[in-house]
Design a protein. Sequence first.
Length: 143
Amino acid sequence: MSETVHTEIEIAAPQATVFAFLTDPDRIMRWLGGSATMEPRPGGIYLVSVGDRHVARGRFTEVIPVHRLAYTFGWDARDNVPPGSGLIEIDLVEHNGGTLVRFTHSGLPDEAERAGHARGWAHYLNRLAIAASGGDPGPDTLA
């Protein structure tokens, strides 16, 4: 039975800004990783080096600009969560002058991976909220 992480976070920025921070490699590097390659179109590449230590890889399955992203997800060199084994779904909803981010990561193999990914995504979504609203999330203490 696969496990799922679901969370929501409000970001004090318009949907277009949040969408750009999820799809533009230069902006992604500000909150998530050391390097990124993005082709935000169905079938396009999702590739991020998180802190230059862990490589996440997948393919976009759905892209609705400023509203929704979905992509397969997994880690290079991790047999229990390999590339393409999970699915990330992100919905961006206009809310209180900013954006409500509804985030789901499904397809995790067990409770331990669900818990670990829940902690990681909470950390990185908080960094996204800071960066997208114009702040500096500072050094990444998790990577």
